[in-house]
Design a protein around this ligand. Structure first.
Ligand SMILES: [Zn+2]
Length: 534
């Protein structure tokens, strides 16, 4: 692994034109340029305009795309997990309500001591992301405190190879909490014999001191971070009650010192909302506000159970929420009130959370789901517009990651992160010219239409083929790895599953008891926020 490869040795300095029947810039002044092009030189966009004019300005530049393509900014996946969380389904962990799902995830021993598998997991995931037009992804990365780079180097090697732009939020946890799958919180509730067997499974694995985290993070930042480049090292306090207030303050201080972004899980389930009230006597957003934690550099993953007042606090601070509709549905969390967040002025990004609804990290699908889930029943037809849906997946996400100066739209001076969509299938057999292109894209665009993908000026997908990842080799490597692990640890894993299945009813009871604070509202609602206003 060579830290900090310079972008210059991965691309030529010759200009390249990316041409389309139209260029969707996501810039307010000129959102759509017909028969347009983007000129790329090195890592940067050097011109955006009409194709004929750019062809005159750059006569010897080769051209990607054609009048049968549309050009748009690369999509930005603003919340995701790689490392060991990637492929939890592959590891035999099925969808369950979040608290019970995390208990399965964190108590599995299948991947113990296997941090280096993060390299292949990352490549596998990046192949999925890049093929769906993603040019930048967040990775909320649970590492290993015993490694000098906290285990980040394994994932980073995958990111460097694939070329995708990465916002790596190194996860920080320093206290057990009821929402984090930590068995020790529940031992008192269990019959003695079961408690002993559960205790023998040990504490959750990511367990390092504040000092080790902060020092380790600085090392990763020093040796890998590239300001304005593809690798961005950021801070990831796991949740408002998964870190002590002192630790949150130290992380905030670190972010200020390094001018870097912070991401945190927030109000993913109803129980998190309820125990915020119980444990802190106030909403978790108010609690964070009281710690002066909110700022434009902070993004919150999920935010499903925000109250209107919480949304105002987040909007006033300029902080962001990252919406993860597939994950929210798969883990029984609810539907985030995205329309209301947007009308409160909250910046909203979009993420797959490693849980796309087809388990394949397709951000185009995620955008479709996000748009359709916001269709509140009623004759007024309140919905997200195509502009809002695409904005969430581009500028909204870029802003959430603190990277909107560099990516998220096609603008001179920004990095060359862009995508060509073939229109051949997308517009067939006939597309009424009255339809807005943004409305067409979120409804129709599929992974198979993503023709070319450039990241930081580097071509990572060309004519529908990935250029940096050998997917067959990666799949084969993962298959061998997991088969080996299963042969060695399958029996132990089955025992763990059985213990957890016995613990499960006690955990369910524990959380059901919380519901008394919520007047027994346990039924599924179309929209969490509107149900609470009834
Ligand atoms: Zn997450």
């Amino acid at each position: 692994l060579t830290p900090k490869p310079t972008a210059a040795n991965q691309r030529s300095d010759q200009a390249l034109l990316v041409r389309g029947e139209l260029v969707l810039t996501m810039e307010p002044e000129q959102p759509i340029i017909e028969d347009g092009a983007v000129a790329v030189q090195g890592a940067d966009i050097v011109a955006v305009g009409e194709y004929a004019e750019l062809a005159r300005r750059f006569p010897s530049a080769p051209t990607l795309g054609s009048e049968h393509h549309w050009v748009l900014p690369g999509l930005v996946n603003a919340h995701n997990h790689g490392a060991m969380v990637s492929g939890s389904f592959r590891q035999g962990i099925l969808d369950l309500p979040l608290e019970r799902w995390l208990m399965r995830l964190y108590n599995s021993r299948l991947l113990d001591g296997q941090m280096s598998i993060a390299y292949l997991n990352t490549l596998h995931q990046n192949a999925q992301l890049i093929s769906s037009g993603v040019t930048c992804t967040a990775d909320f990365y649970y590492g290993d405190g015993s490694e000098p780079y906290l285990g980040a180097e394994h994932g980073l090697q995958g990111y460097q190879e694939s070329g995708i732009r990465i916002a790596l939020f190194l996860a920080a946890v320093n206290q057990p909490s009821v929402d984090n799958g930590d068995l020790e919180v529940f031992l008192d509730l269990l019959p003695k014999e079961l408690a002993e067997r559960a205790q023998a499974l040990g504490p959750i694995q990511y367990n390092i001191t504040e000092q080790d985290y902060l020092e380790g993070w600085s090392r990763v930042h020093r040796d890998f971070h590239e300001s304005g480049g593809p690798i961005n090292i950021m801070l990831g306090p796991d949740g408002p009650v998964r870190c002590t207030p002192d630790f949150l303050a130290a992380i905030k201080q670190k972010a200020k010192e390094y001018d870097t972004a912070i991401q945190m899980h927030l109000l993913e389930t109803k129980y998190q909302m309820l125990y915020g009230r119980r444990e802190k006597g106030q909403s978790l957003v108010k609690y964070l506000h009281g710690l002066a934690f909110l700022s434009p550099k902070v993004s919150f993953a999920h935010g499903i159970w925000l109250s209107p007042e919480d949304a105002d606090l987040i909007a006033d601070a300029g902080a962001s929420v990252v919406h993860n509709p597939s994950s929210n549905l798969r883990l029984f969390d609810g539907i985030a009130p995205v329309q209301k967040m947007l009308s409160s002025g909250v910046n909203v990004g979009l993420g797959t959370d490693n849980m796309g609804f087809s388990d394949d990290n397709d951000l185009l699908d995620e955008m479709r789901l996000a748009a359709l889930l916001q269709r509140v029943p009623g004759v007024r037809g309140h919905a997200l517009s195509g502009q809002q849906a695409l904005n969430m997946a581009t500028m909204g996400s870029a802003r959430a990651l603190g990277l909107s100066d560099h990516i998220g739209s096609l603008k001179v001076g920004k990095r060359a992160d862009l995508v060509t969509l073939s229109t051949t299938r997308m517009l067939a057999p006939f597309m009424n010219p009255l339809n807005d292109v943004r409305e067409i894209i979120w409804r129709r665009a599929r992974r198979e239409d993503v023709c070319d993908v450039l990241i930081n000026g580097r071509i990572v997908k060309k004519n529908g083929e990935l250029t940096t990842i050998n997917t067959a080799r990666v799949r084969e490597g993962l298959r061998e790895w997991y088969e080996q692990l299963w042969a060695e640890r399958g029996e132990e894993e089955q025992t763990i599953h059985e213990i957890l299945a016995q613990v499960d009813p006690f955990v369910v009871n524990f959380f059901e008891e919380y519901e008394r604070d919520d007047q027994g509202r346990t039924d599924y609602r179309y929209n969490a926020w509107s149900s609470r206003e009834e």
